[in-house]
Design a protein around this ligand. Sequence first.
Ligand code: SF4
Length: 372
Amino acid sequence: MANAELKPNLLDLDLADCERLVLGLGFKAFHGRSLFKWIHKHGVVEYDAMTDLSRALRDALRETVEIRLPRIIHDQPSADGTIKWIVELEDGQRIETVFIPEGRRTTVCVSSQVGCALDCSFCATATQGFNRNLTVGEIAGQIWHATRQMGSAPSNVVMMGMGEPLANFDAVVKAMDIMQDDFAYMIAKTRLTLSTSGIVPNIYRLREVSDVSLAVSLHAPNDALRDELVPINRKYPLAELLPACKAYVGSDKRRRITWEYVMLDGINDSLAHAKQMIRLLEGIPSKVNLIPFNPFPGNQYGTSPPERIEAFRARLAGAGIFTMTRKTRGDEIAAACGQLVGRVEDRTRRLGRVAVAIPLNDGVRAGKAATP
Ligand code: SF4
């Protein structure tokens, strides 16, 4: 938690900030680039080991700023190579970061909030409530750790861990800029995916400032069902979400939206639902990921049988929509999608006060209910 006594954390700064900082201290801007590179590219967080910075600059930095990383306090490897790291933040809150190797591709699933306020009914994170947004340093710090743990930067990053990334817009965008920076982790925009449950105004904002790949947690092909499964739909129904996604793709032929669809037994997995999906996605370049549900204690849903998942996939594929059934990775360590719970102290009681947690920038003010 921010503390008035603490010096600013260098992990919160992007390249331009580092250059400005160093200029402000009376040194040349390119030393700011070195500083940024030492931290992110080389993983060095001791000023004295930053050998191309002058002693005077190192002393000035020591006086002015600190480098404070979140801490990995526990790692849980799984038989399939997936590793879940429990990461402790400065205020003792815990989040989870997941590393998923697959051949030459390595993916890190990054959290953006402590808990989540959006209360999706099938999601383990939601059961923990919401505590706070992560800072830039806490988000970028997850990639810092993953890179050091694995010996190289991941090839892919998904903003798909705990939390709704578009509800922590500014910090997430800045952290993603750091991830993409050539002097840091060099994650390609096509390999950096932000996954949202559908905060429509912030999809439009994202289009203005970033060109990362967009995934949307759809989970239902009609409003009645989506209102139940993904309650933010009551505020931003499909009739608003779909045009926002279409606008995000724009005229760029290489872009498409990835739709995440968790398969819940007898709830959203019929061929009638598949038909509705096909109609819904018409005209939007799309890829669909079907996710077999990972049951967790206390949840009412069951996993769709494999043959029903396959029939659903085949129906979408038959309509020309690229559709994959996602392998459930790391489920025995509860690191699969919707299973990240951390240890969160719920301070919001979730959706009833979701406007407090979401800077929506659309006229909704803190304290005013975001749902009807
Ligand atoms: S599915 Fe995502 S948006 Fe919904 S409650 Fe879980 S973490 Fe939040």
